[in-house]
Write a protein that binds this ligand. Structure first.
Ligand code: ZN
Ligand code: ZN
Length: 305
């Protein structure tokens, strides 16, 4: 059991001032709800991307990232994370947790420099605690120079790296997080608890995932949406022998997992541009699957559990 001290000092990350109390509820902010490709995708002139360019807002999706407001805890750093944080007026990130090494979740890691230091005021440096499940750390040591880069931040005095083992519980400001290894190599799901509320996060690569018994019937399940067989007009999106079919969970597989986990509410994210669906198409799907209480996330969605 790793227990961090709860800091009662001013938290500027969510706009609340001094005296903020330790939370019994979970407040989740969807910073970016796109997938490996964001929407609009640069270079793409499809209907969905053009509409996103025209309308912005809920029609556009930045790279996949979540933020827990109480403990000021960021999940992952996609390329455009700085823009997402700026849009939501989050100016302090006290903790950063990585779900896995994939580029769409890590390539914006330099955001720590912008958040925690200013070239003209080096004495005013701030620190972010980075938490890596041990299996994620192993990948970080081998891939994309990730571990080397995080150690560089440590030497700059703007980050401190910690590890969590499988089955270990991290407690921050009254919120507990437990990391679970998923079926896909290097992937992590989390069980997050505050008071009696339970949230399961499985934001990417859920293909073949067998959720732990401890994850059944949570108050909220956050999962990747998965790929779609057909576009809204019935045209085939993913051809028969495409690798996506073998390595990524489809929307139908996602539905099966939801039925198995039986959450009170589900929010689907990591929504790929290749799904050829706009914000309004997802609203229609929400109505179609009303009995499963599914919501498709959009950038800026805030949820209190
Ligand atoms: Zn991803
Ligand atoms: Zn497009």
């Amino acid at each position: 059991m790793v227990t961090l001290q709860s800091f009662r000092k001013k938290i500027s990350s969510n706009g609340k001032g001094p005296g903020e109390h330790i939370t019994k509820r979970l407040e989740l902010l969807f910073l970016g709800t796109g997938g490996a490709d964001t929407t609009p995708r640069i270079g793409c002139k499809c209907r969905v991307c053009q509409e996103a360019r025209r309308k912005g807002g809920r029609f556009a999706r930045n790279g996949p990232s979540l933020f827990l407001l109480g403990p000021s805890l960021l999940f992952d750093t996609p390329e455009d994370i700085a823009k997402s944080l700026e849009r939501e007026q989050i100016h302090r990130v006290r903790r950063l947790l990585y779900t896995h090494w994939h580029p769409d979740h890590t390539m914006g890691r330099r955001v720590l420099e912008q958040l925690n230091m200013s070239i003209l005021n080096l004495k005013g440096r701030k620190m972010t605690d980075i938490w890596l499940p041990t299996w994620v750390r192993e990948d970080f040591r081998r891939r994309l120079g990730l571990d080397e880069h995080l150690q560089f931040f440590e030497r700059m005095g703007i980050a401190k790296i910690h590890e969590i083992t499988a089955g270990e519980t991290l407690v921050v400001d009254g919120v507990s997080l437990r990391a679970y290894r998923m079926a896909q190599p290097g992937l992590t799901a989390f069980l997050v608890k505050a008071g009696k509320k339970r949230v399961v996060l499985a934001v990417d690569d859920t293909k073949g995932w067998v959720p732990s018994d401890q994850m059944v019937e949570p108050d909220l399940l956050v999962m990747e949406a998965g790929w779609f067989e057909l576009d809204p007009r019935g045209h085939v999106l993913v051809p028969e022998n495409h690798w996506v079919r073998r390595s990524e969970a489809s929307f139908d597989e996602t539905l099966k997992l939801i039925k198995r986990i039986k959450p009170r509410q589900t929010v689907l994210t990591h929504i790929e541009e290749m799904n050829a669906r706009s914000y309004t198409d997802y609203l229609k799907l929400e109505r179609k699957y009303e009995d499963l209480r599914i919501q498709f996330a959009y950038d800026g969605l805030r949820l209190k559990v």
